[in-house]
Design a protein around this ligand. Structure first.
Ligand code: SF4
Length: 110
């Protein structure tokens, strides 16, 4: 096997590394827009009453059931700016919730 690399091979590999880095960065950006890494509720900045309601209703930022997310719940309101960002929840007095979140009060209009 020939161990020598041609100038062309070295240049091509030199171009491939930055392209790979760009692809990884693009994938990371897509993931952050999907809601998976979105954090809407910071217990440290809540009153004890707000934190207690969330804890009692077992609010979680990511639902374990993809069919039962906050975005599909009747108490959810989309973000005011129309993005996929944090919405608000009537059960939590209009406080922010993650569209991918869930709590024990999840419900749909029937
Ligand atoms: S009631 Fe629960 S599941 Fe429904 S939007 Fe509010 S936090 Fe999400």
């Amino acid at each position: 096997m020939d161990k020598k690399l041609s100038r062309r091979t070295v240049l091509l590999r030199g171009l491939q590394l930055p392209m790979l880095g760009g692809a990884v960065a693009a994938l990371a950006a897509c993931e952050s827009d999907s809601g998976d890494s979105l954090v809407c509720a910071d217990p440290a900045s809540m009153s004890s009453a707000q934190e207690s309601v969330r804890r009692t209703l077992k609010y979680t930022e990511i639902s374990s059931d993809p069919a039962k997310t906050c975005a599909a719940c009747e108490f959810f309101h989309v973000a005011k700016d129309g993005t996929d960002g944090c919405g608000t929840c009537e059960m939590f007095s209009g406080e922010p919730v993650n569209p991918q979140g869930h709590c024990d009060s999840w419900s749909v209009d029937s």
